[in-house]
Design a protein around this ligand. Structure first.
Ligand code: ADP
Ligand code: TRP
Length: 332
C-alpha cells in the first residue's frame, strides 16, 4: 500500500484567530503543495477536534466559516485542493473507534500536548484524551502519505503512524497507508515573548490585523533595553526573527547592517524602527488575502459551496477506507 502516489493532507482547528505561526509553520506549505500535487491535496477544518474545548454552537459555526474563508483567502484553490469540514465526513469518527481499540492507553498517556493541558489545570474530557486518535483517523481515512505541519505536531504524526501499523498488524491486513510528515522552513515561529507563537500562550500576531491595532501588538514584541542609536545584535532579537519571515536576503543584509551599527543613513536606528518595519511588512504581505477574506465573509454561500463540493470528494474516499477496515476486522 505504500508505493502510492503522494497524497497530501493537513488540518487546523477552527478555534482562535489564525496567526503568523499558523501561516508560516503550516498554511503557506498547503498552498505550495497544491501546485506540486494538484488534485491530491486535502485540507480540512477540525471542527470535531474543536468540540474538545468549545461549548458554543454559534461560535463554532462562525469560526468554521472564518477558517474556511482564511484558507481560501491565503490561496488554497478548490480546483487543486479539497477544503473539507471534518464533520462533513462522519466516517472519520467511525475509524476513530476502530483505531482506539488497537491503541494502548500508554501511547495516549505519553502525548505531550495532553500532558501540558492537564498540567495547566484543564480538567480533561475523554475527547481530549482521544484527540490523537481522531487526528490519526483524519490522516489515515484519506490514505494520506504526506502531512505538512509545524514541529509541535510531530508526536501526533508518530502516533498516527503507530496506530496505522497496529491496525494492519492486528488484523493481518494492509488496510491503512503510512503517512510521513513535512516541516516548513519556519517550523517554530516565535511569539511576541520569544516563545513559540501559540493561541494558548497569548503571544500571537494575527494575520489580518492592520493600522494602530497591529502596531500595538507588534509593539509588544520583547526586546532588551539597548538605547536608540547603539549597536544591536540581530541574532538575538525577536523582532529580527519575525522580520526574517517577510524580508528577502538582500533586505535582511541591509537590516543586519543597521542593527550592528545602530545607524540607518547616518541617523540613529533602534528597535522602534525595526518594529515599525515589521508592522508595515505584515500589513502589506497580507493585504490581498485580507481583501479576499473580507469578500468571502460577506458571501458565506460561496464558501459553503466549496465545502459541499469538497465533502463529496472526501467522503467517497473515506467510505472506501472504512469499508476496507471493517472488512479487515470482521464487521459487516
Ligand atoms: P496554536 O498553538 O495557536 O493553537 P495550532 O496548534 O492550532 O496553533 O496549530 C495549527 C498549525 O499551525 C499546526 O500545523 C502547527 O504546527 C502550526 N503552528 C502553530 N504555531 C506555530 C508556530 N509558532 N510555528 C510554526 N508552526 C506553528
Ligand atoms: N492537531 C492539529 C493542530 O492542532 C490539527 C489537526 C487535526 C491535524 N487533525 C489533523 C493536523 C490531521 C494534521 C493532520 O494543529
Amino acid at each position: 500500500m505504500n508505493d502510492r502516489p503522494t497524497r497530501v493532507l493537513s488540518g487546523i482547528q477552527p478555534s482562535g484567530t489564525k496567526h503568523l505561526g499558523n501561516y508560516f509553520g503550516a498554511m503557506r506549505q498547503f498552498v505550495a503543495l497544491q501546485e506540486e500535487y494538484p488534485g491530491e491535496c486535502f485540507y480540512f477544518i477540525a471542527d470535531y477536534h474543536a468540540l474538545t474545548t468549545l461549548r458554543d454552537a454559534e461560535a463554532l459555526r462562525s469560526s468554521v466559516l472564518e477558517l474556511a474563508a482564511t484558507y481560501l483567502a491565503i490561496g488554497v484553490d478548490p480546483d487543486k485542493a479539497a477544503l473539507v469540514r471534518q464533520s462533513d465526513v462522519p466516517e472519520v469518527t467511525e475509524l476513530t473507534w476502530l483505531l482506539s481499540t488497537v491503541t494502548g492507553m500508554g501511547l495516549l498517556e505519553r502525548a505531550t500536548s495532553y500532558k501540558d493541558k492537564v498540567a495547566k489545570g484543564i480538567s480533561p474530557n475523554a475527547g481530549l484524551f482521544l484527540y490523537p486518535v481522531l487526528m490519526a483517523s483524519d490522516i489515515l481515512i484519506y490514505d494520506a502519505t504526506l502531512v505538512p505541519v509545524g514541529k509541535d505536531q510531530i508526536q501526533h504524526l508518530e502516533m498516527a503512524q503507530d496506530m496505522g501499523t497496529h491496525f494492519n498488524e492486528a488484523f493481518g491486513a494492509e488496510a491503512l497507508v503510512r503517512p510521513e510528515w513535512r516541516l516548513s522552513k519556519f517550523a517554530k515561529v516565535p511569539g511576541t515573548d520569544g516563545e513559540k507563537m501559540s493561541t494558548s500562550y497569548g503571544n500571537t500576531i494575527p494575520l489580518f490585523e492592520t493600522g494602530k491595532k497591529l502596531k500595538k501588538i507588534v509593539g509588544r514584541v520583547v526586546t532588551d533595553s539597548t538605547p536608540l542609536g547603539e549597536p544591536l545584535n540581530p541574532d538575538d532579537c525577536n523582532v529580527f526573527a519575525l522580520l526574517k519571515l517577510f524580508v528577502d536576503d538582500a533586505g535582511l543584509e541591509e537590516l543586519d547592517g543597521w542593527y550592528r551599527s545602530g545607524k540607518r543613513d547616518g541617523e540613529p536606528f533602534g528597535y522602534g524602527h525595526a518594529k515599525q518595519r515589521l508592522a508595515q511588512e505584515i500589513e502589506a504581505h497580507f493585504a490581498p488575502a485580507r481583501a479576499r477574506r473580507e469578500h468571502l465573509l460577506a458571501h458565506p454561500d460561496e464558501v459553503e459551496q466549496v465545502l459541499r463540493r469538497s465533502a463529496d470528494r472526501a467522503r467517497a474516499i473515506a467510505q472506501k477506507t472504512i469499508a476496507r477496515c471493517k472488512r479487515a476486522c470482521g464487521l459487516a
